[in-house]
Structures are given as structure tokens and as C-alpha cells.
Design a protein around this ligand. Structure first.
Ligand code: ADP
Ligand code: ZN
Length: 605
């Protein structure tokens, strides 16, 4: 069936979802499905993948079958569709028999526009028999990277999806993922046996994420508290390297007055489920987690991600920060790294027999943290795309929050000389003390206060010198050796010593400068939502939560923050005016229009 009228696509989007335009590649992906091609669509998290198959499912006759890896994801999507007035259901093991039987009845009667199931469910004779007896408009494979060993979430059951083309001859398949690597894309196309697929690759960049990299001071706890102070009443995830860190940080935050819940593989299934559920339904705003917390988190207003330690690869960093700002509003990603994180990862890798490639990825991650450069540009290039925005305005480097050093070469040479002074037999901490001119017990013991390099960088703080040594390690002018972590010069380091290499160095922002920076940041944050009536916003937020609780759904399914912001700005007085609000389609207008109009009348200034 060929539908070339793009008006109908836009009308559907407006009627059900209340959106006035498409995000990039959505229209192309939708048209391709309507044109009856197999399709692979790669869009970043928050890129609006679901609408790409939901719109055609509404337009085409029959029922679209969506394969989804997690029951919690299915349930959220089905609830979201019901909220906008689209007949859809899921059949899975978490629902009781009667519910599943009722859904099956509606499926047979042709009432459903979308059916969500797991790959295991699809492989049952029961399901295949049922689907053969109805008109299936197409198959959509959500989180399609689960099919690939190269992805982070490989699932064996996804490997059987090649059977779709055998069981349903001529059936069209549309795959969706956020994973941008070539290997994964090729795997998806091959495994699903897609025929001459149309492939749509969106930009990997997430312009609404603001990236900031910081060196960790001590265990980093005070830095985390500072950030939480700047994000009061907002939702965020704090990622830690180990379970023990999750437990201690979460407990200490609760003591410090920041309500938070832990999440890691050491908790029981029940505890994990409960904590995730509390986060999804806005009963808790802060989750402290290991990477085990991730897939299945659809809460759209996650405003910040804090990495309390450095992740082991840029791919992991991208995934974890990907959970922020799905609603397209600004969201903040703070990373706190230290040399210790690096050492801990290497220790873990050593125990688990990690491949050379993993060590290399770890080094790249460390370089990403410590080398001053545009973070958006770095990530985009890392994932194989061109970044053409000069000065992204959304990273610490482009916002000029980093204190780059002009005469980095001279400074670096002083550091290298210090290392040579101790015959490359001491660690970074000790060398930093020598250069900064600190007299420690160890320095007295070795009489290092008599070295030519002693206090040669006395104008810098010790923290700054230590940071610069780590930066030289990241840029591979230095290398750490053996069990005592002594540091020595590499080949490149010797070139640098002779003046034949150019390092990049930054100074951590401390003291007065730091205070000024914080002021500047909080001012920028206050303005980012534009001119809104904050009291009204909070009142609408409370109303949204109470409505969502009654229906047992997460509150962003009632209205997203973006809709509440639009309401608090425009303050519509009639249902007619409300139609122009972002994210209010016909069904939501009918369901919630009146009650929100009243709330605006009551609470708006
Ligand atoms: P993904 O699955 O790619 O991460 P989603 O499908 O969850 O993204 O969509 C992310 C957010 O963007 C959701 O809140 C969704 O409602 C919103 N969205 C999708 N399409 C549009 C659009 N055309 N205009 C505005 N918002 C959109
Ligand atoms: Zn930048």
C-alpha cells in the first residue's frame, strides 16, 4: 500500500500527540514504512524513535507487532499510547491469564493498532498461530542492538528474530536502535534478513546535554553534594563504579538531607524493582546506581547525570548520559574522574582477563576526561560523524569554564624535570609535592627538598600540579609502572623535554574563580526555561502527579515537563487555546483539559 500524502502523517502526529512538527529523520522513517520498505532507523535516545513506528501503525490497516526486550518498557509504551487514545496492548508473563486472554480476543477482532510482545513470546506456537490469523501491518523491532554481540545488551532470544521472515513471508520489518556503530548496524540487517533496507542514521549528538568533566577531590562526595544543591527538586542519576560506593554514597546523601535510593545487582529483584518504580513514578528523584540501572528507564525529565567515577569506555559514558534529557530540555552531565578510577579499572580488568581493546578504550575514556576540548565534538567524531558546530555552547570547554594554560610546554617540562630528578622512581603524588614545594615526611626522608626541582612550581597549588601530571599521563607523555605506580617518561615525553612536542594543560578552577563560575552557572540555569510562572509550574506538577497516581502510571505519561512549561508560559483560558499547547492531542485534551484549565485559573498569577 502506498501512501505519499505527507499531510496525513503530520495530521496524525498532531491529532494524537499534539506535536506540530517532526524531529529529524522521523518523517523519512515514517514514509519509508508507509512505502513498504524494510527499514533500519538509528536515532539517539530522546530522538523520538517510537513515534516512527507508532504513526504508521495508526495509519496502516491491521495491527503492528512491536518486539521489545523488557516488560517494563512495553508497559510504559502501551500506557503512553492509551493516554493519547491509540488502541494498543501487550501480552506477557507479568499479566494474569484473564488479561492476556482478553487482549488476545481484542487482537483477533482487529481492534488493536499495536501489540507489544517479547521475542520469546513471538516464538510460541500460540502467538504465531494468532498472528497468522490476523492482518499484521508490519513488525517493529525496538532496541534492535540487542541482536548484536557488539552491543551492550546482547540477548540470545533476539537472535531468533530471523524467523520472522520465514514464518510470515513478505512481512516488512523495521528495526530501531540508538547504537550507532557500524558493526551493530550490519548485524541487525544481516540477522533480521532485511531486504534492501532503507537506512536512516540520525545525528549522534545530543545538543541539549551539557557536559562537564572535573577532577575528583578526595572521594568526590562534597562535589556531588554541591551539584545536588544546584539541582534541587530535579531528577538525576548518580553512577558509581562499585556496589560498595553505591551503598555508601546513597547512605551519606540521605544523612545530608538528599533523599536517594540505591540500585545495583547486589540487591534483591524485589528491592531493585521497587526502587526503579519509585524513580519512574517520581516518588524518588535521586538514584545512586551501578551501570545495572539503565534500560527500562524512560522517565523523560532526568535533568542530571553525575558520574562519581569514570566509566570504562566512551560507549558506556554515552549510554549512561543518554538517559538524561529525553524531553529535549537542557540536562546536565557531570563527570568526576581521578587517576585512582583508572587504577581500579585496570585492577578489575586484570582479574577478569580483559582484552587489549578494553584497555585501549579505557585510555581513550581517560583522555576524553582530561584533555581540554569540545566534548560534543569529541563524542561526535568518536562515533564516526562530523561535528560542524564551532563552539557548542554546551560543554565546559566551549563555555570557557576551563582554565587552559598558555605556556603549557614550559610548564610540562618543569614537571618532566621533576620526574627525572627522582630518577623516574616515584609516584605522581610524591612528585607533585616536590614541585609544589610541600615538605612532607617522605620528602624529608629522601631529602628531596634539596633537589633542583623542589618548589619549581610553587606558584601552583598541589592539586593543580597533581592534575597536570595526570593530564600528561592521559596524553601519553608519561606512563605509570609496576605495583608502586612510579611514573616515567615515554618516547613522546622525551621529545617534549627537548621541546619537540606540544601538550595541552589546564588548571582546575579553585577558590574565588570557582565561586564566580558557580554564580554564572546558576544564573544560566534559572533562565533556561524562559519566562515561566514557577509557582504555577509546581502546582501543575503536583496535579499531574496526583492524576498519574490514580491511574498507576508514571507522571510524564500524563504530561511531560515540556507541556507543563508551555502551560505555565501561555496560561490558556479555554480548551480551544489549549489545543496549541505542546503535547496536547485530542485525547489528552478531553481527559485533562478541564482540570488543568481550572488549576491554571486558580494558581496562575
Ligand atoms: P527514543 O525512543 O528515541 O529515546 P522517544 O520515542 O522516547 O525517544 O521520544 C523522546 C521524547 O520526544 C518523548 O517525550 C516524545 O514524546 C518526544 N517526541 C517524539 N517525537 C516528537 C516530535 N515530533 N515533536 C516533539 N516531541 C517529540
Ligand atoms: Zn563544546
Amino acid at each position: 500500500m502506498e501512501i505519499t500524502n505527507s499531510g496525513i502523517i503530520l495530521d496524525t502526529l498532531k491529532k494524537y500527540w499534539g506535536y506540530g512538527s517532526f524531529l529529524s529523520f522521523q518523517e523519512k522513517a515514517i514514509q519509508s514504512i508507509l512505502d513498504d520498505n524494510d527499514t533500519l532507523t538509528v536515532l539517539p535516545t530522546g530522538g523520538g524513535k517510537s513515534i516512527c513506528f507508532q504513526v504508521p501503525a495508526v495509519i496502516l490497516p491491521g495491527t503492528a507487532v512491536v518486539i521489545s526486550p523488557l516488560i517494563s518498557l512495553m508497559k510504559d509504551q502501551v500506557d503512553a499510547l492509551k493516554e493519547v487514545g491509540i488502541e494498543s496492548e501487550c501480552i506477557n508473563s507479568s499479566q494474569d491469564r484473564e488479561t492476556n486472554a482478553a487482549v488476545a480476543g481484542r487482537l483477533r477482532s482487529g481492534a488493536l493498532k499495536l501489540l507489544y510482545i517479547s521475542p520469546e513470546m513471538l516464538m510460541t506456537d500460540y502467538m504465531q498461530g494468532m498472528l497468522k490469523a490476523i492482518k499484521v501491518s508490519f513488525f517493529a523491532i525496538d532496541e534492535a542492538h540487542c541482536i548484536s554481540h557488539w552491543g551492550h545488551d546482547f540477548r540470545a532470544e533476539y537472535r531468533k528474530l530471523y524467523l520472522i521472515k520465514e514464518i510470515f513471508p513478505g512481512m516488512k520489518i523495521h528495526a530501531f536502535t540508538a547504537t550507532a556503530t557500524k558493526e551493530v548496524q550490519n548485524d541487525i540487517i544481516r540477522e533480521l534478513k532485511l531486504k534492501d533496507p532503507h537506512v536512516y542514521l540520525g545525528n549522534v549528538d545530543r545538543p541539549n546535554l551539557i557536559y562537564r568533566m572535573n577532577r575528583k577531590q578526595g572521594d568526590g562526595f562534597d562535589q556531588i553534594v554541591e551539584i545536588l544543591g544546584a539541582h534541587k527538586k530535579q531528577a538525576g542519576i548518580i553512577y558509581c563504579l562499585k556496589r560498595a560506593d553505591v551503598d555508601s554514597i546513597s547512605a551519606n546523601l540521605n544523612k545530608a538531607g538528599f533523599k536517594s535510593l540505591p540500585y545495583h545487582a547486589g540487591l534483591t529483584d524485589e528491592e531493585r524493582k521497587e526502587n526503579q518504580n519509585k524513580f519512574s513514578t517520581e516518588k524518588t528523584d535521586i538514584i545512586v546506581a551501578t551501570i545495572a540501572f539503565g534500560m527500562g528507564i524512560d522517565r523523560s525529565n532526568v535533568r542530571f547525570i553525575i558520574h562519581a567515577a569514570m566509566p570504562k569506555s566512551i560507549e558506556h559514558y554515552q549510554q549512561e548520559t543518554g538517559r538524561a534529557g529525553r524531553d529535549g530540555l537542557p540536562a546536565y552531565c557531570y563527570l568526576y574522574y581521578s587517576n585512582r578510577d583508572m587504577i581500579i579499572w585496570e585492577f578489575i580488568f586484570g582479574k577478569s582477563g580483559a582484552s587489549e581493546m578494553m584497555y585501549e578504550k579505557l585510555k581513550e575514556m581517560y583522555a576524553f576526561c582530561s584533555i581540554p576540548q569540545c566534548r560534543h565534538a569529541f563524542l561526535t567524531t568518536y562515533f564516526g560523524q562530523k561535528f560542524e558546530v564551532p563552539g557548542c555552547k554546551a560543554c565546559d570547554f566551549c563555555l570557557q569554564e576551563i582554565d587552559s594554560i598558555d605556556n603549557a610546554g614550559d610548564l610540562a617540562r618543569k614537571i618532566l624535570k621533576g620526574i627525572i630528578d627522582v630518577r623516574e622512581r616515584f609516584g605522581a603524588e610524591h612528585v607533585a609535592n616536590i614541585l609544589a614545594g610541600k615538605v612532607t615526611d617522605n620528602i624529608t626522608k629522601w631529602r628531596h627538598e634539596n633537589l633542583p626541582s623542589f618548589a619549581s612550581l610553587a606558584s601552583e597549588t598541589k592539586f593543580a600540579v597533581r592534575s597536570m601530571i595526570d593530564q600528561l599521563l592521559a596524553q601519553r607523555y608519561l606512563v605509570r609502572n609496576g605495583e608502586y605506580f612510579t611514573i616515567s617518561l615515554t618516547e613522546e615525553g622525551r621529545k617534549l623535554l627537548e621541546g619537540a612536542a606540544d601538550p595541552l594543560l589546564t588548571r582546575p578552577v579553585e577558590g574565588k574563580k570557582k565561586k564566580q563560575l558557580e554564580k554564572k552557572r546558576s544564573k544560566a540555569m534559572e533562565k533556561e526555561w524562559g519566562d515561566i510562572d514557577t509557582a504555577l509550574f509546581e502546582a501543575l506538577r503536583a496535579l499531574r502527579l496526583s492524576l498519574a497516581d490514580k491511574k498507576h502510571i508514571p507522571s510524564y505519561l500524563v504530561f511531560t515537563d515540556k507541556t507543563l512549561i508551555d502551560l505555565s508560559k501561555k496560561k490558556p483560558k479555554t480548551l480551544e487555546e489549549m489545543k496549541d499547547i505542546f503535547g496536547i492531542g485530542e485525547t489528552k485534551l478531553r481527559q485533562y483539559g478541564k482540570i488543568f484549565l481550572e488549576a491554571i485559573k486558580e494558581n496562575g498569577k
